[in-house]
Design a protein. Sequence first.
Length: 353
Amino acid sequence: MVARLDPEARALLHQGVVIPAHPLALDARGEFEQHHQEALTRYYLDAGAGGLAVGVHTTQFALHEQSVGLYEPVLRCAAETARSWTNRRVVLVAGIVGRTEQAVMEAEVARSLGYDLGLLGITGALDFTDDQLIDRARAVGEVLPVFGFYLQPAVGGRRHSPDFWRRLADLEGVAAIKIAPFDRYCTLDVARGVCSSERRDEVVLYTGNDDTIVTDLLTTLRVSVDGSVRQKPMVGGLLGQWAVGTRAAVRLLDEARAARRDGTVSIELLALGSAWTDLNAAVFDVAHDFSGCVAGINEVLRRLGLLSSARCLEQRDVLSPGQADAIAQAMEAYPDLVDAMFVREHLQTWLAH
């Protein structure tokens, strides 16, 4: 038996939506702050996000450790807040990691909480062969539809061949793939693999390339398969960068969709892509090989008032030297891209409930 998306969730996923990768709200002592966690979810929903991804890299992979004990509570918090805050259908994506037994168990938890898909990361299974990874995806797909995930090696991923992505797309339980290697060649590998599958029309692609968001949303990927050209667009994004500036992200996706429909891309839209990348460089700590990326996201949200602290679960996850200044300068340069005015206008409402 293969788990399948309900028609409404499938329609939204194929249409293309903004899915912010949800951070974790901790106080300065490292204790879970449910109040701020709920406020953050309300911000994403009011900003127009079409989905939420919880328990993913931005939520911190340490969340999955049994000793931490936060996986189920944090997933439950987001799902219940979403249901109580909006009548809109929102696609809920649960981060899933670990070896097959753990991954299946997490998929069962997510399904019980009403999640639509599981973003299947490689964390905890880096030593698996491709065959083992495919078997793991098949097992998870019997419980919850799978959102494949190409995670860049710099933050814990590994390279995969086009054949791996073809085999993954061939699985009936796979509904989407997030492409986040931060590498154009690897990005094309996913497109080539999916386009080689008989299920190529069933599997949608989402950008996770935080350094090339606009390019990904505007470009239909064209690849050579068996001597012919096949093409596949990225219809939306599931991004850590969109954990900040979510309202701006929704506007961007609308503009990109209109540009693709009309076949005309403005100079302003291309320039906006450069601005997003410049902002991402500070937030994701490119100067130090992304070591401060999660803390950087939290720091932006702290400065906006949505979090009380930039604290992470693991002590090594902190801002890098000079990153705080880089973030301050980027937020000053691009206030619209971090939703500064929108958050200021609505913050008290999100915190009051």
